[in-house]
Design a protein around this ligand. Structure first.
Ligand code: CA
Length: 229
């Protein structure tokens, strides 16, 4: 359930807002001063904060500014004075929306829902972005564990994929076979550094146009391998 924090010193208003938001399915907490509200906002995770401007101890401007230093949670600021709203905008405090009191509870609910939907879209689209490594014609999708060469997908075994990805993520760095073996195979796995040579050969067969003149994984004679950029 989405959690909302109301920071409001007028108890009657705070209670009314809480009732309406709870009826709409939100879990609601109330703080009645700026300092306690700020502390709560920083210590707990809320999905949205309704923040009054005139508050005891610490005003809404300061509370908003300090929440924004640490969190992206949507902040809906409310004030009795239209002038204050202009001031909030002018200060660029990072509030997401502003409402002038008195407002109808249904307007509050509508705005809260709109901001929450927007925030969820933003945060979930961030999570959905795959981790991609792209070097010239080689594209590695680390999230999906898929590889394409010039747009054509190639199948890799787990270790081939890990080895290629490790090299591609550390380009221009020469690794010895021992280093690569330690990096990709766990300590107690059966095999030796010859395993690395075999895997490099298989990777080259898939990614290189001409394995005799590799464009991606270069052999540094007597040392090891390097991914060319
Ligand atoms: Ca107030």
């Amino acid at each position: 359930m989405s959690k909302i924090l109301i920071i409001e010193d007028e108890i009657a208003i705070a209670d009314l807002e809480k009732d309406y938001l709870e009826l709409s399915g939100f879990e609601v907490e109330i703080e009645t001063a700026g300092d306690t509200g700020l502390l709560r906002a920083l210590q707990q995770d809320f999905d949205l904060i309704v923040l009054d401007l005139m508050l005891p101890v610490l005003d809404g401007f300061e509370v908003c500014r300090r929440i924004r230093e640490e969190k992206n949670v949507p902040i809906l600021m409310v004030s009795a004075k239209k002038d204050d709203i202009d001031k909030i905008r002018g200060l660029g405090l990072g509030a997401d929306d502003y409402m002038t009191k008195p407002f109808s509870p249904s307007e509050l609910v509508a705005r809260v829902k709109a901001h929450m939907a927007r925030y969820e879209r933003l945060t979930s689209s961030h999570q959905k972005v795959n981790d991609i490594v792209e070097i010239r014609g080689l594209k590695i999708d680390k999230t999906a564990r898929r590889v394409w060469i010039n747009g054509e997908e190639k199948a890799f075994t787990t270790k081939e994929f890990d080895l290629l990805t490790f090299l591609a993520e550390n380009p221009n760095h020469v690794f010895t076979k021992e280093e690569l073996f330690r990096e990709i195979w766990d300590m107690d796995s059966i095999g030796d550094i010859a395993t690395v040579t075999v895997h490099i050969k298989k990777i080259r067969e898939k990614v290189e146009m001409d394995t005799a003149h590799p464009q991606y994984i270069e052999t540094i004679w007597g040392v090891g391998y390097r991914f060319k950029v």
